[in-house]
Design a protein around this ligand. Structure first.
Ligand SMILES: Cc1ncc(COP(=O)(O)O)c(C=O)c1O
Length: 452
């Protein structure tokens, strides 16, 4: 039986009315990807206010690995709502913050003592990780990567790579931020090919110390183990280890931003585990809170404890509802083996996507780790196919599937469905995606006068 149910054309009349009100009331800078308003959601399914039912391949941008309204999360929230909503952990503490810190310390890669700080968003956690690294090293500079995304606040935006829409017009940026190429093999910045490149981009960090910023001025290198908004670029196995080893040699704090790669998405709880690296500081958010705003910095105790009482925190950081949700998310991850499910889903996706790639040259690259998978869409000579990407996303929502794009050139279709999606729902969603390619490729050929 089909999960998708379309009762109206998309958007339906009720959504249209709210879209009008939204346009009048909400700042234009907040983007609008899918033009429907939501009534309820469960697992991997979303229903809108016109009674249309969608399969969700976006998961609120990777925040719902444990599913929409995961029953254990909802039950934990109900229990907490009856007790208290907020006290501020810094004023009158509560157990769930400490329990969550203990669990994250135990789960984060690395066989060394760890401590955790809880915050509200990925960007806030990134800001704090850099702040802690600067205090610990007493150095100013941070090195980040091309195509990285670390958030929209001043420092996080400065660390982010993509200019439009994230940075252009928001100058001046935070100082002492330096950027080097990531291991984006499909578009290698050096025109090299892996593995004959000898991992040139990783080793390039040493060159940066000679030509751009002295190693003794660098507090931290911050890196996503797989680029998220940058297009799910998955580096070769030794890239992160190479970077970490160089950091270690120069006393630089190695920060892994696992805001999007974390909590089972890649087939392990953290993507760093695939690469055998244990970051000095691990930044997490998104799926940690099971749909509630929560983020964390977990790292080496001697680094985390370097700053004095009152130097870290915030009014709402580690809110009791969010902490209870996160504890339930971690239970569900373990009990239902969601990282393993991610591996299965990823394999199924890759099989389908490679078959599509053989059929449609529009798909230039299929890549990812576990269920963090994507397709980069190109025209001849790898010219980014941003318009086709937009058309595919649009076809999908008009036919009951919510997907989102990514990439510095806005030409990547990525999948971030809840890992609790059923096999039937996943196949149904892939079927819509396949029809979308069929329709968009046919339309493009017709427009260009190519006879199939
Ligand atoms: C890798 C990464 N870091 C940081 C952020 C920022 O997180 P937030 O939107 O919660 O501030 C994101 C958001 O997409 C992300 O993907």
């Amino acid at each position: 039986m089909s999960t998708i149910r379309l009762r109206t054309s998309i958007p339906g009349p009720h959504s249209q009315e709210w879209l009008r009100r939204r346009t009048n009331a909400v700042a234009r800078g907040v983007s609008q990807i899918t033009p429907v308003f939501i009534e309820r959601a469960e697992g991997a399914v979303i229903e809108d206010i016109d009674g249309n039912r969608f399969i969700d391949f976006a998961g609120g941008i990777g925040c719902l690995n444990a599913g929409h309204c995961a029953p254990d999360v909802v039950a934990a929230l109900h229990r907490q709502i009856e007790r208290f909503l907020h006290t501020c952990f810094m004023v009158t503490p509560y157990e769930s913050y400490v329990k969550l810190a203990e669990r994250l310390n135990a789960l984060a890669p690395g066989d060394f003592p760890k401590k955790t700080l809880l915050l509200n968003s990925g960007a806030e956690a990134v800001e704090n990780a850099v702040k802690i690294a600067r205090a610990y090293t007493r150095r100013p500079a941070v090195i980040c990567f091309e195509d990285a995304f670390h958030g929209r606040t001043l420092l996080a935006m400065s660390l982010t790579s993509k200019t439009h829409p994230y940075k252009a017009g928001f100058e001046p940026f935070a100082s002492d931020v330096y950027r080097i190429p990531y291991a984006y093999c499909y578009r290698c910045s050096y025109g090299l090919t892996y593995p004959s490149c000898g991992m040139h981009c990783g080793h390039h960090l040493e060159d940066t110390f000679a030509r751009v910023v002295a190693a003794e001025s660098v507090a931290a290198v911050i890196v996503e183990p797989v680029l998220g908004e940058g297009g799910f670029v998955t580096p070769p196995a030794e890239f992160l280890g190479t970077v970490q080893e160089i950091c270690r040699r120069h006393g630089i704090v190695f920060i892994a931003d696992e805001v999007q790669t974390g909590f089972g998405r890649t087939g392990r709880l953290f993507a760093c585990e695939h690469f055998g690296v244990a970051p000095d500081l691990l930044v997490t958010a998104k799926s940690l809170g099971g749909g509630l705003p929560l983020a964390a910095v977990t790292g080496r105790a001697e680094i985390m404890d370097h700053t004095g009482p009152g130097s870290l925190g915030g009014t709402f950081g580690g809110n009791p509802l969010a902490c209870e949700a996160a504890l339930a998310v971690l239970d569900v991850m373990e009990r239902d083996k969601l990282p393993e499910r991610a591996t299965q889903l990823g394999e199924r996706f890759v099989t389908r996507a490679r078959a599509w790639q053989a059929r449609w040259p529009l798909i230039g690259d299929v890549r990812g780790l576990g269920a963090m998978q994507a397709m980069e869409l190109v025209r001849e000579t790898q010219e980014p196919a941003a318009e086709e990407t937009k058309q595919i996303a649009r076809y999908c929502y008009e036919h009951g599937l919510i997907v989102i794009s990514a990439g510095s050139y806005s030409n990547v279709i990525r999948i971030l469905m809840p890992l609790v999606i059923t096999d039937e729902q996943f196949e149904e969603g892939l079927g819509v995606l396949e029809s979308a390619f069929e329709a968009v490729v046919t339309r493009t050929r017709e427009r260009e006068g190519v006879v199939a």
